[in-house]
Write a protein that binds this ligand. Structure first.
Ligand code: BJ8
Length: 423
């Protein structure tokens, strides 16, 4: 294997801290992922990508930059990859799924900030994220209060932060704001890359991202089958890799995995015993390497069949209509597609409960686990009325609030096991 240390040094990473992060990550991946039995062979691709997450993929980004392309890092599924691709830029997710440098972070952010936000700042302060360090532009967005205020801090640490404003209400005015912001983003990406986005380029960007989302929809649908051909943990990895792999190569790998899953279903090859309770997980995004709750669920006698999450259905649902023949029409289509995202930062956010019920029905879920990061008000606030509504339709629901620490593992396991017993 190649020694990537010189590249990491060039990016300004703290090599010692970064080595520590990689070793924890590798250990956890082995314990949680590689320890599973009867995995589809197609997961080999994702295992490889994960093993090279800070290696080969970063080398590709650095090589692309040497050839004149730009890299854009982002934290939210509202940042339209179609526009980035249309200007030949590469868009990557900045994952924020592990605690790092928490003492340092608490010099900038209050202790009662959600783990995702703390993590994003921790990776910056500790200089351990090569994606963040190699990004030419980092895009923050005005979503929840925690994120938008934390970007003010991030802006003092990074000189390449761009903040996208987002509506909070899906009114005509909200739509106009999103459109204006997408146009401003398009212009910023054009200025960054020196490439002008024309109709053909935007159509190409839309096609690449639509194909990626179609492949994810295919994977999601295969998990609805009573013969379950893949674990929730493995599907989660595909959903996480979605954010930073090359989009075309990723789409091919997901489609190849789906071909195999179709064969598995035909041959009745399943990853779980008959009658294993099927769980839908709903709520906050699970960024790499946040595998804590899924690992608890899948070692407690249940299996995850769907994620109502931005790392999952909420992020992938809906394609962009590419039928318009002018830029304005295509931008409108993008705005329509993104404005349909049912993130809890919107008020009201009435579509979400319908989406959860529909997903529960399609995936034949026996119960819903609502996952909220501690101190995440938008999702915690929605969880209470959602629980009532879901239980009224006969869907048992468990509300979990947790963070990235391992301290509550025992307690989580006890609660999840008790819930699974009931199903
Ligand atoms: S579109 S869900 S990716 S904003 S968990 S930081 S909400 S306090 S992540 Fe999100 Fe975009 Fe919405 Fe999706 Fe705040 Fe809650 Fe933390 Fe959160």
């Amino acid at each position: 294997t190649t020694d990537h240390t010189p590249m990491w040094k060039n990016l300004g990473l703290d090599i010692e801290a970064h080595d520590a992060l990689l070793s924890v990550l590798g250990q956890a991946y082995g314990d949680i992922y590689l320890a599973q039995e009867n995995r589809p062979e197609g997961m080999g691709y994702f295992d490889f990508v994960m093993s090279e997450v800070h290696g080969q993929r970063i080398q590709e980004l650095v090589d692309a930059q040497a050839a004149g392309r730009k890299v854009i890092g982002c934290y939210c599924v509202f940042v339209p990859e179609e526009i980035s691709l249309a200007a030949e830029a590469i868009q990557v997710g900045l994952c924020s799924g592990a605690d790092f440098a928490m003492d340092e972070v608490e010099k900038y952010l209050p202790r009662n900030t959600c783990a995702l936000i703390k993590s994003s700042l921790g990776f910056k302060l500790a200089k351990v994220c090569p994606y963040l360090e190699c990004s030419d532009l980092v895009v923050g967005e005005n979503t929840c209060d925690g994120k938008k205020k934390a970007y003010e801090n991030l802006g003092t640490l990074a000189d390449n932060l761009y903040v996208m404003d987002l509506p909070q209400v899906k009114s005509d005015e909200g739509r106009a704001l999103l459109k204006a912001e997408f146009i401003r983003y398009k212009e910023a990406v054009e200025a960054l890359t020196g490439n002008t986005i024309d109709v053909a380029a935007l159509k190409k960007g839309i096609a690449i991202v639509n194909n990626k989302r179609k492949a994810m929809a295919r994977l999601a649908a295969l998990r609805h089958n009573p013969v379950l051909p893949i674990s929730g943990l493995d599907a989660l990895i595909a959903n996480q890799v979605f954010f930073y792999d090359d989009p075309v190569r990723f789409t091919d790998a997901v489609n190849a995995l789906c071909d195999e899953l179709e064969t598995r279903i035909a041959e009745k090859t399943t990853v779980v015993a008959d009658g294993t309770p099927r769980i839908l997980v709903s709520g906050c995004p699970m960024a790499v390497p946040n595998w804590k709750l899924p690992a608890v669920i899948e070692t407690s006698g249940a299996v995850i069949v769907a994620e109502e999450s931005c790392v999952g259905e909420r992020g992938c649902r809906n394609l962009t209509d590419d039928s318009a023949d002018d830029l304005d029409g295509l931008m409108d289509a993008l705005v329509d597609r993104y404005l349909a995202i049912d993130c809890a930062i919107f008020t009201p956010n009435t579509e979400r409960s319908g989406h959860i019920k529909e997903l529960a029905e399609k995936s034949k879920a026996d119960g819903v686990i609502q996952y909220t990061l501690n101190f995440c008000q938008p999702y915690a606030m929605e969880a209470i009325p959602l629980e009532k509504e879901l239980e009224e339709t006969g869907l048992p629901t468990l509300r979990i609030e947790t963070d990235y620490s391992q301290e509550d593992m025992g307690q989580l396991k006890t609660r999840v096991e008790a819930f699974v017993e009931l199903l």
